[in-house]
Design a protein around this ligand. Sequence first.
Ligand SMILES: [Zn+2]
Length: 224
Amino acid sequence: MKITIDPGHGGSDSGATANGLKEKDIVLNVAKKLKSILINDYENVSIQMTRDSDVFVELNKRADLANDWGANYFVSIHVNAGGGHGFESYIYNGNVSSNTINYRTIIHDEIISQVGFYDRGKKEANFAVLRETNMPAILLENLFIDNKEDAYWLKSDENLKRLAIATAEGIAKALKLKKKTSTDTKTGYYQVVTGSFEEKANAEKRVEELKKAGFDSFIEYEEK
Ligand SMILES: [Zn+2]
């Protein structure tokens, strides 16, 4: 599953700024956390970042990157401004696939229920990154930087981690990503079998040969 994560703004474009915060910094922080959670916790996930540092990237370029890569899903991360508070999500206001709608519903609801944001609703807009991407796409507006309480919440790195986890789990539910098991994270071990024998003497002979060659080995008996 190829997921493009798009932290809004960057470089000369700070996005919204207020209360000592810059949108471009918050969204990059959340995007990086989201990337590592998805890579570390789920199977078969590839992540493309439209930016992973403080650089300016044109809106069309962001969509082109995802289109050229053949992303299966596009997630744009923003922080709101303009006098309001709470969380809202966007999909394109033109023709969209049923997956676009379904994925958005699952992710939006997961973030609201996990983080407890005030819910401003599921919205549609003619945003370039939503319009120009060929795959299902979502844009998340995570609180208002110019609202005192929202800004206070956004100042905590622990809170941003919670937001990244909720977003990751929403994406995982929507895209039906499989969580890695303990074996995948290598807390188990792998055994190498070099032979099976009907005669015990032959098994012992093999163990001797392996020991001479410097390999630790042992015999296990199994009923047919
Ligand atoms: Zn923005």
